[in-house]
Design a protein around this ligand. Structure first.
Ligand SMILES: C[S@@+](CC[C@H](N)C(=O)[O-])C[C@H]1O[C@@H](n2cnc3c(N)ncnc32)[C@H](O)[C@@H]1O
Length: 268
């Protein structure tokens, strides 16, 4: 296992993961090729085998975040994202949360009789009960407001309504599960522009912070331009990246090297 830590490995992830110890990964953050939307070089995608290997290598309480969308073929969305989510459940994962990655700057599409697609799914699976959750907090809109005498519906007691003296609204609350990001515009994301489908660094950081602690191992078996791996280093986690394309592995290694050089300069 040690041999794979903090490396970008070129290869078919299904073969590479077979060498990993069982119950060794804290978080997998990854995004598969969406149907046949993009022709990746050397494209081979045995989804079910990959999902099974992910279950084996994930620690008890560990998490897999799977970011996915569907192609529209002959007027119908494929539904592959749902099929994959249900398969993860079938092999033993909990479907812990169905989250949304909303794009602030979606690509305009000329669909007939359909709204513009502005989001992707972020399925969060866990092996048993989630062991680490460091929730991102946001400010409450009405912080400090006294809500004396607010009317609540109390369904459990079968009453329609009851009066309750409420405490003042707290300063912060746990963020909701729709996360919004600008795609491809920030300098840190521009570094990945040679890859056809990178996700934003900010999205990767938010998941890594949420589901791991410093020193934990973060895997991306379809690492592309290395967004997950670079973000893991920034947050003092260990990483393992795998991609079938030598070209994408080179982009990832270059990004990581640039980041490490910058970090050395900042420290000096
Ligand atoms: C959607 S992209 C991932 C992009 C990545 N999240 C990023 O930010 O750059 C999917 C990646 O999976 C890789 N891939 C496809 N099949 C693979 C396989 N069997 N093993 C490893 N990598 C594979 C492709 O080369 C591609 O880079």
């Amino acid at each position: 296992m040690i041999d794979y830590i903090d490396q970008i490995i070129e290869g078919n992830c299904i073969e590479v993961m077979k060498n990993f110890d069982s119950n060794s990964i804290d978080l997998t953050l990854s995004s598969p090729p969406y149907d046949n939307l993009r022709a990746y070089k050397g494209y081979v995608f045995p989804f079910k085998e990959i999902a099974q290997e992910l279950y084996r290598v994930t620690k008890e309480g560990g998490v897999v975040v799977w970011i996915v969308n569907d192609a529209t073929i002959k007027g119908s969305e494929t539904g592959t994202s749902f099929e994959q989510a249900l398969y993860f459940k079938e092999i033993g994962f909990n479907l812990h949360d169905t989250m949304i990655f909303q794009k602030k700057n979606p690509i305009p599409q000329i669909y007939r009789k359909r709204y513009n697609n502005i989001f992707e799914y972020m399925f969060v699976f866990s092996k048993g009960v989630v062991k680490t959750h460091n929730p991102i907090m946001v400010d409450c809109l009405h912080a400090g407001l006294q809500l004396n005498g607010t009317t609540y519906k109390n369904y459990s007691k079968g009453e329609q309504k009851r009066e309750k003296l409420a405490s003042p609204v707290k300063k912060e609350k746990i963020k909701g599960n729709i996360w919004e990001y600008v795609v491809g515009k920030k300098a840190e994301d521009q570094e990945a522009k040679e890859h056809p489908a990178p996700f934003p660094c900010a999205l990767a950081r938010d998941h890594i912070l949420s589901w791991t602690n410093e020193g934990d191992i973060v895997l991306d078996p379809l690492s592309g331009s290395g967004t997950t791996c670079k973000s893991a280093i920034q947050l003092k986690r260990k990483y393992i990246g795998i991609d079938i394309s030598s070209e994408y592995c080179e982009i990832a290694r270059k990004r990581i090297k640039q980041h490490e050089m910058q970090a050395t300069l900042d420290f000096a």
